[in-house]
Design a protein around this ligand. Structure first.
Ligand code: SAH
Length: 355
């Protein structure tokens, strides 16, 4: 049976599911039974309150699929779990479950591969294969909860792929994951990370999801940024920061900046000072206007064998952070979870593909 011609049930909002059940001659209330069950990982076929005939009619026009665990690595250091999930067409994506005092966080993927071409990133090496459906983003969370037995309360969209390059599906995913009859995860507990797709940042500001935006900045001048992040050739730093400012003004949500420190490329004290002036100049209001909360996350680059980049040493990282702090910018060095299982995304999928 060709599943591609069938409707993907887990990608449907309650109103769409209602239309679907009515179209096969079932009462509307079936949707209110099926929607919450699916979001707990129960397929319509396994539901005890649906009759055989209903299940048969549903399976003729629609399918329910959850990602399955292809590989699973558990950190002996901190309990971080890294999953390689197989999708219905055999493609794989990665998700990471991290345990923090304030609750469990999952890092999910938004595409199979990526077409943004960042020079230091493992996810983009083979290009983009395809976008993930809303159900496949949601499915990573449901499958991880089922497998780990852990309740997940926070989501970061920082796995494989560029979420804003899969805009419509990501928006639908946000509607589904925040739905009160589904996982009901509050938007304030969701972060979306982007390399800087400016037109979509502007669209997202208008959607009114109070999520946190993370900007992968990684450089403080256009020449360096364009060399490591091709997206900068389309939207330079000035355009990106101006979009950030209007995102903040529209949503009131803080934005955090990711800065991956690569030895000899972007980690000099001059680069730090330039970054501070850049952010202060672009985002801080003069004359007593409302100040934009600026937070920079410093991440020593995770070496990927194909890229040849190496991480800045501890002293360079500390110096970089202290220069930012002195200029009034909050900087944290990302604590590395799951260091023993290579928990950064993209590498497990590549290892699996290369056999
Ligand atoms: N496409 C989105 C989200 C996925 S990447 C984005 O670019 O933000 C999540 C974060 O990991 C980004 O900040 C990305 O730049 C960073 N990253 C990618 N490869 C890395 C590596 N080898 N070491 C450290 N950070 C990396």
């Amino acid at each position: 049976m060709n599943e591609t011609k069938k409707t993907d049930l887990l990608s449907l909002l309650p109103s769409e599911l209602e239309e679907l059940v009515v179209s096969i001659g079932e009462p509307k209330y079936r949707a209110t039974q099926i929607f919450p069950a699916m979001h707990k990982g129960i397929s319509p076929d396994a539901m005890t309150n649906l009759g055989k005939v209903t299940k048969q009619k549903l399976s003729e026009i629609a399918f329910f699929y959850l990602p399955t665990v292809r590989r699973k690595l558990v950190s002996a250091l901190d309990g971080t779990i890294k999953y390689l999930f197989a999708l219905s067409d055999g493609n794989c994506v990665e998700s990471v479950v991290m345990k923090y005092k304030h609750g469990n966080t999952i890092c999910i993927s938004s595409q199979v591969g990526c077409r943004m071409g960042c020079a230091f990133c493992a996810s983009t090496i083979g290009g983009k294969v395809r976008d993930l459906a809303p159900s496949e983003m949601l499915g990573q969370i449901i499958a991880a909860e089922l497998d780990s037995g852990e309740k997940i309360s926070n989501i970061v969209m920082m796995g494989i792929g560029e979420p804003l390059d899969n805009y419509a599906n990501v928006i639908k995913f946000l509607k589904l994951v925040g739905h009160e009859k589904g996982l009901n995860i509050g938007y304030r507990h969701i972060s979306l990370s982007t390399c800087g797709v400016v037109d979509k940042i502007e669209m997202l500001a208008k959607e009114n999801f109070p999520i946190t935006l993370s900007i992968s900045l990684h450089a403080s001048d256009d020449e360096t940024r364009s060399a490591i992040m091709p997206v900068n050739r389309k939207w330079n730093i000035e355009k990106l920061l101006s979009a950030c400012k209007s995102y903040y003004k529209t949503t009131g949500r803080r934005i955090s900046f990711e800065y991956t420190l690569i030895s000899g490329k972007n980690d000099s004290p001059e680069a730090a000072a330039r970054l501070a002036s850049l952010l202060n100049g672009a985002l801080r209001e003069k004359n007593g206007g409302e100040s934009f909360p600026i937070h920079v996350n410093l991440i020593p680059v995770n070496p990927v064998s194909e890229t040849g980049f190496s991480a800045s040493d501890k002293r360079a990282v500390e110096k970089f952070a202290s220069i930012l702090e002195k200029k009034g910018i909050r900087a944290t060095v990302r604590r590395r979870l799951g260091g023993d299982i290579n928990a950064s995304c993209g590498q497990l999928r590549r290892a699996e593909e290369n056999g």
